[in-house]
Design a protein around this ligand. Structure first.
Ligand code: FAD
Length: 307
């Protein structure tokens, strides 16, 4: 039996595991893919105190750091259910194994919803981007598009308009869904064009990087090309919490609801990082939240009745 079992091996889960192991308690990590979203990331320039790194390199550093402690890492394993028992918590893995722990920290992260159009995968990190906070500065003085007219798309367009030379915002619907105050701000900016009722068809490129975006005007069924250097996809961030929907309280967007200490609705179960309701999904934030949830779990453990 574990004292702390961490589900997820991204920045949040790694931080949680290190904080738990440093208390000298029996700690395990179950991860479908150690590193999480870092494994899909190229340049990282906002991990404070490290001027520049790359996702796989940071993953290696995280793994090395976790492995300096006595942590049982179960990589390439997926959790599929969680139950509260009289004695603690049970986590069921996809391979059928049941792991028992006194406390659990869920840090299963999230994934960006993709457009599923030609060129999107091919030019990922070569012009196709998902995170304006991360990659915005790489497009300084260049032309970009933002796909999606919800709050995140319009926020991204406003943010990017201050850095890049021009932003084209593409919305599928005939109207933007973002809050009115954001829309007003967007329309006040001189270097933003908004195109509504448009279906993105393809991320165009020259083999090594993005050169344009092709879309269909849904009213006239005509195709158009916007020449640009970057495409920011902002059509949703999906938390990896489908496996929890019958056991733990989630927000309408599927994010795990957490308290100040990272507690979830299930006693002894904590959560941290991109899978939670905590806003602004970033590496440094996920790590901080992982540390916090781990200290929350320790606080819980020292209050358990002596058997
Ligand atoms: P994740 O990194 O998503 O890790 C989740 C972990 O849980 C993984 O190990 C996964 O395999 C595992 N998992 C999921 N489901 C299960 C399950 N059922 N059972 C077991 N394990 C499971 N942020 C920045 O701060 N700077 C950047 O420059 C930056 N660039 C980015 C570029 C890209 C392309 C992407 C996609 C993201 C970027 N981000 C960046 C965001 C950053 O990667 C995330 O905020 C961060 O990784 C979140 O950490 P996390 O631990 O919460 O989740």
């Amino acid at each position: 039996e574990f004292d702390v079992l961490v589900i997820g091996g991204g920045p949040a889960g790694s931080a949680a595991a290190i904080y738990a192991a440093r208390k000298g308690i029996h700690t395990g990590v179950v991860a479908e893919r150690f590193g999480g979203q870092l494994m899909d990331t190229l340049g990282i320039e906002n991990f404070i105190s490290v001027k520049e790194t790359e996702g796989p390199k940071l993953t290696q550093a995280l793994e090395q750091h976790v492995k300096t402690y006595d942590v049982d890492i179960m990589n390439l394993q997926r959790a599929k259910a969680i139950h509260k028992t009289d004695h603690g918590v049970e986590v069921e893995l996809a391979n059928g194994a049941i792991l028992k722990s006194k406390s659990v920290i869920i840090s299963t992260g999230a994934r960006w919803r993709e457009m599923n159009v030609p060129g999107e995968k091919e030019y990922r990190n070569k012009g196709v981007a998902y995170c304006p906070h991360c990659d915005g500065p790489l497009y300084k003085g260049k032309r970009v598009a933002v796909i999606g007219g919800g709050n995140s798309g319009v926020e991204a367009a406003i943010d990017l308009a201050g850095i890049v030379s021009h932003v084209t915002l593409i919305e599928f619907d005939t109207k933007l869904r973002a809050d009115a105050v954001l829309q007003n701000k967007l329309y006040s900016l001189p270097n933003v064009t908004v195109i509504k009722n448009a279906l993105t068809k393809e991320a165009l490129g020259n083999g090594s990087k993005v050169t344009g975006l092709q879309y269909e005007d849904r009213a006239t069924k005509t195709e158009h090309v916007v020449e640009l250097e970057g495409i920011f996809v902002q059509i949703g961030l999906l938390p990896n919490t489908e496996w929890l929907k019958d056991s733990i309280d989630l927000s309408p967007r599927g994010e795990i609801k957490v308290s100040d200490k990272g507690e979830t609705s299930m006693p002894g179960v904590f959560a941290a990082g991109d899978c939670t309701t905590v806003p602004f999904k970033q590496i440094i934030i996920a790590m901080g939240e992982g540390a916090k949830a781990s200290l929350g779990a320790f606080d819980y453990l020292i209050r358990l009745e002596v058997p």
